[in-house]
Design a protein around this ligand. Sequence first.
Ligand code: FE2
Length: 235
Amino acid sequence: MRSYPRVTGVHPPLASPAYGSSRLRSPAREPLVIPQTVSELTGPVLGERQFGALDADLTRQHSGDPLGERIIVHGRVLDSGGRPVPNTLVEVWQANAAGRYLHDGDRHPAPLDPNFSGAGRILTGDDGSYRFVTIKPGAYPWKNHPNAWRPAHIHFSLFGRAFVQRLVTQMYFPGDPLFSQDPIFNSVPDPKARERMISTFDLASTEPEWALAYQFDIVLRGPDATPFEDEDDDA
Ligand SMILES: [Fe+2]
């Protein structure tokens, strides 16, 4: 299988000492190359027929409206030459407006929202575009260091033509005051690459009386690549 060199300074190292759990999750030995077989490269992929009408609208997956600030998150998936990447599965997961995940592992004292699960998915269109409707996630505390808080973020996963081709990153919101103390955001060495994880407020795509909008283009590789993390990271 073809592979592409990771651009120096853009993607976070597997071990980022300030990000505590990366010490245990990162390999201590050199990786082994395991040959991939035809079944791994041509195995099942999702087809359009498996998508529900509301998969990309996280505000309409229950009987009522979720609490919080309704937003549109949209953008394009692009290759290193700026060409659109169609038919790519884009999945998102996020905390609710109070900063709480619908997950057994999240026990911090913020309320769950019965009208918000926090997960969505969509296939990119012919022009590489995707569009979600969701709720702006809240910041949440975590135990990485004293008084540690994650900046508001949405987790993104992209699948290529096979399940072994997966990229994971996080989208942030402009002007967040928590960037400076977040070791995950700062595990990306290059400050310019960090900025590529921050969405842009997009007034032109807002819907009056209904929702604000943020644009987040994802570049798979090359000098403008979006930083991608080790896919086991889940904070
Ligand atoms: Fe998170």
